[in-house]
Design a protein around this ligand. Structure first.
Ligand code: AMP
Length: 419
């Protein structure tokens, strides 16, 4: 059964306590914290406008960074309140805390259609431990609980689960916001019975992060396209020399199992036939984690089966990009998670951008539903300026992957069912 959504709940004059994902990237500038990317704030505007238009009293909860249960000035949500106000063209009040008498007073003085953003819930360690006393204190601030923070729904915290439990016990509605509704629709319903051909594109750093997603989607997909560093584990499993490429040698059996399953299910399963390679040269410098920094020199296309010992695969090659684009052009449903190469370096971004363009073309020309499963593929599409030309880009990273694995996310499970 579907989940209860805010548009099916009577909110006029009610205090709607809503969890949002305002974990935005910030940096210090002239002694002040400045928001670098406001996408997460923008994503909540439809739900907020819906609530304002219907005269709800909106109380927003969110976390920012990892303050580990302590007040940390650089992780205050105050700058978010300012930016949200600018985006809405309305005043947004800010509470200096997320629980306690002063906050309760501020909530009590809210008029219909007004918004109050609470201070970072992670200033309390009880947030992440899903403490029941802390959940009670949050829950006194709302009549209705709403959750628009899909990106935080894979964690059972007080502001995502505990508070919902308290409000539900009191008989209050617990529902998803409009963004949550879209996430559940695209990552859930649309992929349940996808229109065919259904093409899954997976890339990124590691096979191990995506084993369960691969296994589950092999049940549904017609075509699997594998790029990124992940592909080298598949190549190694096939006895191909992968030089210094990023690889998980202990996951070759998993890779083989996926290939066997694909054959059994009749899924077309493509791994790169050519690659962009480069030679890693130690710079003698170390990164913040103390690991050696390598310069990737002499980038070139490698069409041979093996990658030279001294080289590293950093992107899919042009023939692979063309083969992938050809499969994508026939798709009616596309799910993409993970870049095809080290796209952050423009020398190794061509494969990822070619796939991005093919996904956009299939969306436009074929009416394909194109679903971008969060994380770095969303970043890549935005860098390519193509973010608005796909059907849906998930706002969740880890949450999207867990959802695609078929797990029920605790923050989703805590919501009531559709009436
Ligand atoms: P993920 O979070 O698993 O989707 O991984 C994304 C990261 O994978 C990005 O930072 C890419 O730079 C990285 N990546 C993709 N392809 C490669 C590759 N061939 N070698 C090393 N890293 C890669």
């Amino acid at each position: 059964m579907g989940k209860l959504i805010i548009k099916d709940v009577e909110v006029s004059g009610k205090r709607v306590l809503m969890r949002v994902d305002y974990n935005v990237p910030m940096a210090a500038q002239n002694g002040q914290m400045v928001i670098n990317d406001s996408t997460r704030i923008k994503e909540t505007l439809p739900t907020l406008r819906h609530l304002i238009d219907r005269g709800a009293k909106v109380v927003l909860m969110a976390h920012l960074g990892r303050p580990e249960g302590k007040r940390e000035a650089s992780m205050s949500l105050r700058p978010v309140a300012v930016m949200l106000g600018e985006m809405l063209g309305l005043p947004v009040q800010f509470a200096d805390d997320c629980i306690g008498e002063a906050v309760e007073k501020q909530v009590a003085s809210l008029k219909n259609g007004e918004i109050l953003l609470l201070e970072n819930v992670r200033f309390y360690g009880e947030e992440e431990s899903n403490d029941s006393g802390f959940s009670e204190k949050l829950a006194v601030l709302g009549d209705i609980f709403a959750n628009d923070a899909f990106g935080a729904a894979h964690r059972a915290h007080a502001s995502t689960v505990g508070v919902a439990t308290v409000i539900a016990k009191r008989g209050g509605a617990c529902c998803g916001g409009l963004l949550m509704e879209r996430e559940l629709q695209f990552l859930g319903d649309e992929l349940e019975n996808p229109e065919r051909p259904f093409v899954v594109i997976l890339g990124g750093a590691k096979v191990s992060d995506k084993i369960k997603v691969i296994d589950r989607l092999l049940e549904k997909a017609d075509v699997f396209l594998i790029g990124g560093a992940m592909a080298y584990t598949f190549k190694l499993a096939d006895g191909i020399c992968i030089g210094k490429s990023l690889v998980e040698p202990d996951k070759t059996e998993v890779a083989n199992a996926a290939i066997i399953k694909a054959k059994q299910k009749g899924v077309t399963f493509l791994i790169p036939t050519d690659n962009v390679i480069a030679d890693p040269v130690d710079t003698g410098r170390k990164n913040r984690k103390g690991r050696a920094i390598f310069d990737l020199q002499n980038p070139r296309v490698n069409t041979a089966r093996d990658i030279p010992e001294e080289s590293e695969g950093v992107d899919i090659g042009p023939s692979t990009a063309a083969a992938f684009a050809s499969e994508i052009s026939k798709a009616k449903t596309i799910l993409w998670n993970g870049p095809m190469g080290i796209f952050e370096d423009s020398r190794f971004a061509a494969g990822t951008f070619a796939v991005a363009q093919a996904v956009v073309d299939a969306t436009k020309n074929n009416g394909a539903k194109s679903i971008i499963g969060g994380g770095d593929s969303v970043k890549a599409l935005n860098v390519a300026g193509l973010g608005s030309e796909v059907s849906f880009m998930s706002t969740g990273g880890g949450a999207s992957l867990e959802f695609l694995e078929g797990k029920e996310l605790p923050g989703v499970a805590a919501l009531g069912n559709a009436r």
